[in-house]
Design a binder for this molecule. Structure first.
Ligand code: ZN
Length: 172
């Protein structure tokens, strides 16, 4: 396993659509293992392959129990409700915006061996599914917010939502 470099906004690799995975081989497994290690190092809850410079439809999400979910060729097949909250991205370090997402999301994907499965989750993990899967089509969360919060606005938001602040501390 190895830690890979996370590319930052401005790099065109983040704006391109990714190609599907067709070979579920050792190279894919190495990518997934490296992405998990890179995510852990970075202290985030999700990472998509283009963020490490690979234009393939692969992403990982850490759920509320701390388990890493590997999604190959994922698609959102059902959404329910709505949530509005703070969102950030490892490719836009230290900056956050307010983004509205579905509250509950159902995803169909393949695992590292190519087997199809469906997974459903809510709240932060659902937000993360949407965010990571969008990366695979070259989209960033900033497209969903009118501006990124200034330090003062971020502090104000955290002061107004102490429950979110506690939750984020736990994620680190
Ligand atoms: Zn991101």
């Amino acid at each position: 396993m190895a830690i890979r470099k996370i590319v930052e906004r401005g790099d065109s690799v983040l704006e391109k659509p990714c190609r599907p995975i067709t070979d579920f081989n050792r190279r894919l497994h190495t990518l997934l293992d490296d992405m998990a290690e890179t995510l852990e190092e970075a202290g985030g809850v999700g990472l998509a392959a283009p963020q490490v410079g690979i234009l393939r439809r692969v992403c990982i999400v850490e759920d509320s129990e701390g388990e890493i979910i590997e999604l190959i060729n994922p698609e959102i097949i059902e959404t329910e409700g709505e949530q509005t909250g703070l969102e950030g991205c490892l490719s836009i370090p230290g900056r956050y915006g307010i983004v509205t997402r579905p509250y509950r999301v159902r995803v169909r994907a393949q695992d590292r061996n190519g087997d199809y499965f469906e997974i459903e989750d809510e709240d932060l993990t659902a937000r993360c599914f949407c965010h990571e899967i969008e990366h695979l089509d070259g989209h960033l969360f900033v497209e969903h917010c009118d501006h990124l919060l200034s330090d003062e606005e971020l502090q104000q938001y955290i002061d107004d939502h102490p429950e979110l602040y506690d939750r984020e501390e736990e994620e680190e």
